[in-house]
Design a binder for this molecule. Structure first.
Ligand SMILES: *Cc1c(COP(=O)(O)O)cnc(C)c1O
Length: 244
């Protein structure tokens, strides 16, 4: 029995306001609003909420938990959605996500990348030319330092990027990072600025284009956009508080 009530009108109203705020922040920062992609983070919200927003025109959705994400993908299979995996990924779950997400934001260690590459090799080749599928990924960096368990340390980033860049069926598109949870709004800015600098440095050092910076959530996306975010991941401000 589904007793969970989804207030579609409220979600759409909040979503429209967020879209406006994102575009505004981009323009104020002298950026083209088209260069800032909004990911609606739908974790713990029902598939119906995703469906409502998708019909309203939103294509990018972010999920954190493998089983929940796959269940929603199956339920909403007839819709055109670009799924983003943004949560911590256990190595044993790599097999479940390979090839199923437009972008995996949370690759933070070599063992995980290796498992993902192995799994990609097992997927059927596509089309008549027998081309192998490529999984686009971001490297998640621990920009918040102490207390954060996800993300590669700054010191390990270059080595990880070099090794992962050599995997034929993984393509690094950029970096993802989260400031410490206690740093909201302006306090988050230095962390975003840091991630951007790391990205620029990495691009020069390993010679692979890294156009994406996935940073900024409900509490700090304006600052993230000002510091160069190309993906902002917003849940609460669109869907309301997450049900437990
Ligand atoms: C939950 C989550 C978000 C969205 O957070 P809100 O504060 O609800 O906007 C974004 N990114 C990641 C990695 C998350 O886990």
């Amino acid at each position: 029995m589904n007793e969970c009530h989804v207030d579609g009108a409220a979600i759409i109203a909040r979503y429209d306001a967020v879209v406006e705020k994102v575009a505004d922040a981009a323009r104020k920062a002298g950026r083209d609003p088209k260069d800032v992609n909004l990911i609606a983070v739908s974790k713990r919200h029902p598939a119906e909420a995703i469906s409502i927003l998708n019909k309203h025109g939103q294509l990018e959705f972010g999920e954190n938990y493998v089983q929940e994400a796959i269940a929603k993908q199956e339920e909403l299979a007839e819709l055109t959605i670009n799924w983003h995996f943004i949560g911590h990924l256990q190595s044993k779950k790599a097999k479940d996500v390979a090839g199923k997400f437009a972008l995996i934001h949370s690759i933070d260690r070599l063992s995980l990348a290796q498992k993902l590459q192995k799994r990609m090799e097992m997927l059927p080749v596509s089309g008549v030319d027998g081309e192998r599928k490529v999984q686009e990924i971001l490297l998640q960096v621990n920009i918040g330092d102490e207390c954060q368990k996800s993300g590669v340390d700054k010191d390990g980033l270059f080595e990880l990027a070099e090794k992962v860049a050599a995997f034929p069926q993984l393509r690094i598109r950029g970096l993802m990072g989260m400031p410490p949870a206690s740093c909201i709004g302006e306090e988050a800015r230095p962390f975003f600025n840091n991630l951007r600098k790391l990205r620029d440095e990495l691009e020069t050092r390993i010679g692979v284009p890294m156009e994406h910076l996935s940073m900024g959530m409900t509490q700090d996306y304006v600052q993230a956009i000002e510091e160069g975010a190309t993906f902002v991941r917003i849940g609460t401000e669109i869907f309301g508080p997450r049900p437990y």
